[in-house]
Design a protein around this ligand. Structure first.
Ligand code: GUN
Ligand code: FE
Length: 424
């Protein structure tokens, strides 16, 4: 791939929460992995660059998945009759325990990465399992794919059962340090992220150790927050001194104040928790598919977005069944309508513009300047062939985007670029 090149086609990207920029038959220029912007005509200075002409196809920013579990890919679509805590014990923990076996991990993670590669997402924030070797395998494979990701070796020193638990806080700390040392300087596009699974999996002693590790290595943090009512009651018993669930992380400085943090779900965050999320600029990963499958509930995503919270979308495979963030957009819009009709008519349903914002700029901010084609943003791009969806009518670009969100399949993604590198 040349250093400077252009893609030609019908270009769409989110301008802000309420507006979508649409350019018919235009040029999107990439220079050194960054967007130089969208142009109706190529300037004289670009007259010699390579132009890849995608004709009538749609070109839009790659989508961002703020929350996905790599070792859960193998059992997606199973156990969907259970709620969170039973689902974790019955399906998730036994399934993740298999990643102790490195050969199994290699085969499974290869399938997982191939699956992500041909979908619409270009960036992922990923939970691996607690196993150091398997996490290294996953990071090697993600790096090879040229997609950009954060990957976390999971910490859990309680309530995982015999097969999925680190012996104590010391063992979890040592494994985390071994992992961090083993990957130092190894990758260009794959970053470590500290990953205490959730409060019920981590003793206070472990969280105290993780605070020191994140300071020493200056790491971002990911975890789960206020997903399920039974989980929230349990956290109250486990950490009685915490004023609310998020405070149980905040006590150990694992809640965004000093390190970039993303918390999945926030279905039941109370006012105090929402205030602290805002104050600490914690990112919310809204995971509507998972919250439906596990009967968790419906997060007030529209409220969060409109109040200026940092929020993007997550697939939460295998609580969610599909990794595609187009699907997460449709799910987010649908559940927001049910919430509006059945729970709270003060929070209007999400619009297409809002969902597109969360899928691109909203989640993209966790990675930096990502999710837009404005000049200076990282060049993450997907090309979609929606010819089958055009019927005989003339749709405008926004209408075509809406149909892609609801109707497209991974097979319709015909090309993908991340940081200017061609993925396929
Ligand atoms: N809370 C703790 N672990 C998990 C997990 O693996 N998936 C979901 N959805 N919630 C969790
Ligand atoms: Fe999750």
């Amino acid at each position: 791939m040349t250093k400077t090149y252009a893609l030609k086609g019908n270009i769409i990207y989110s301008k802000n929460q309420n507006e979508i920029n649409c350019f018919e038959n235009s040029y999107l220029i990439c220079q050194d992995g960054k967007s130089m912007g969208v142009f109706e005509k190529l300037d004289e200075k670009y007259k010699d660059i390579e132009v890849i002409d995608f004709g009538e196809k749609i070109i839009c920013p790659g989508l961002v998945d703020l929350h996905i579990h790599a070792p859960q890919y193998n059992f997606r679509g199973m156990g969907m009759d259970l709620e969170l805590l039973d689902w974790l014990n019955t399906y998730t923990f036994p399934s993740e325990a298999k990643f102790k076996d490195e050969d199994y991990a290699k085969r499974s993670y290869q399938r997982f990465v191939d699956y992500l590669k041909y979908g619409p997402n270009t960036r992922h924030v990923i939970f691996a399992s607690l196993h150091v070797k398997s996490t290294q395998i996953l990071m090697d494979l993600m790096e090879k794919s040229k997609m950009v990701s954060f990957v976390g070796k999971v910490n859990m020193d309680r309530n995982g059962g015999v097969d999925l638990e680190e012996k104590d806080a010391d063992e979890s700390e040592k494994a985390t340090l071994d992992w961090l040392e083993s990957i130092k300087g190894k990758y260009k596009n794959t970053y470590p992220i500290l990953t205490p699974r959730f409060i019920p999996s981590c003793t206070d002693e472990l969280l105290e150790k993780l605070r020191k590790i994140k300071d020493e290595y200056n790491l971002p943090i990911q975890s789960h927050l206020s997903e399920n009512l039974g989980e929230i009651e349990w956290v109250k018993e486990l950490v009685p001194k915490a004023k609310f669930y998020g405070d149980a992380y905040n006590i150990f400085d694992l809640f965004g104040k000093n390190n970039k943090t993303v918390m999945a779900h926030c279905v039941y965050s109370n006012d105090d928790e929402q205030d602290l999320i805002k104050e600490n600029e914690v990112f919310i990963a809204h995971c509507p598919d998972s919250n439906t499958n596990l009967t968790s509930g419906i997060a007030p995503a529209g409220k969060y977005l409109r109040e200026g919270q940092k929020i993007g979308l997550g697939s939460d495979v295998a609580g969610g069944t599909h990794a595609s963030i187009f699907k997460a957009m449709a799910d987010a819009i649908k559940v927001s309508k049910l919430r509006y009709r059945l729970v709270d008519e003060k929070i209007k349903p999400l619009s297409l513009e809002e969902a597109f914002y969360m899928a691109t700029l909203g989640g993209g901010e966790f990675f930096g300047k990502v999710g837009s084609f404005e000049k200076g943003y990282e060049f993450d791009t997907i090309v979609i062939d929606d010819e089958k969806l055009l019927e005989e009518d003339k749709f405008n670009l926004k209408q075509r985007l809406e149909r892609i969100v609801y109707l497209s399949k991974d097979e319709d993604i015909v090309s993908k670029f991340v940081r200017g590198n061609k993925i396929f």
